[in-house]
Write a new protein. Structure first.
Length: 242
């Protein structure tokens, strides 16, 4: 009887492994690789914002799977990006994919077939709130209307192409005085050598074509994002006197 139960469990596990096929896709960034499991979704819906995790401390309360991946081979993996049906893994420049890929495949297969949550429920709820805010594009006036149009273009026209390359783009702020849109690239796009070309030749040109108020696009680094958000908040609360 014990042998029968053991055999059943083993066959069940083999069945799960066979049904989970993980495909890898290269990205424009040689240090980023996109992993796409068959018939598995990391986020609740295609409209849920992607989740970037940039270190072990960041992963502790957000994702056990990300924590496992970021612990691989003496922290040779720098960050993780969860998309709807993919995960992008970004490694350090000195490390080799030939050594990292087997461990990544092993961790992904074990975790995804175990039934464990990929992202903690608290952050799933938070991402759901952000998704609802992004979809609520009514009731904007003046500068807010421009921001709504920028977000709509980012979500409908720009993000799908960038996510296809294993990255994503996040709106940070809009400076109406200069017509500058501040954006943050994440995932494979953040450290890609062609990110500036993508911003200027692709994203900036599209935003300027559809929105007259947009004059330029500028990338914001991780440590600059809080500064830009605070600057925009101060401008709104204390506008310059005429």
């Amino acid at each position: 009887m014990f042998a029968s139960r053991y055999t059943s469990r083993r066959l069940g596990l083999i069945g799960q492994l066979r049904s989970l096929f993980i495909q890898t896709q290269s990205t424009p960034n040689e240090n980023a690789l996109k992993f796409v499991p068959s018939e598995f979704k990391f986020l609740p819906s295609p409209n849920t914002p992607t989740l970037e995790i940039t270190g072990i401390k960041d992963a502790l309360n957000k994702s056990e799977l990300a924590f496992k991946l970021l612990s691989v081979n003496d922290k040779s993996i720098k960050s993780i990006l969860f998309g709807y049906n993919f995960i992008t893994v970004i490694k350090g420049e000195k490390h080799s994919w030939s050594l990292l890929k087997p461990e990544i495949f092993s961790i992904l297969t074990e975790h995804l077939t175990s039934g464990q949550a990929v992202i903690n429920q608290k952050y799933i709820n938070l991402l759901g709130q952000q998704s609802a805010e992004n979809e609520d594009l009514d009731g904007y006036e003046d500068e807010d209307e421009v921001v709504a149009l920028i977000n709509e273009l980012l979500i409908t026209r720009i993000q799908p192409a960038i996510q296809e390359d294993g990255g994503d783009i996040k709106f940070v702020s809009f400076d109406a005085d200069t017509g500058t849109v501040f954006l943050k690239l994440i995932g494979a796009c953040k450290s890609c050598s062609s990110s500036e070309i993508t911003l200027k030749n692709g994203i900036e040109e599209m935003l300027k074509f559809y929105i007259d108020e947009v004059k330029s696009v500028q990338q914001v680094a991780d440590d600059e994002e809080p500064i830009m958000e605070n600057y925009q908040r101060v401008k709104e609360e204390y506008p310059p006197s005429l």
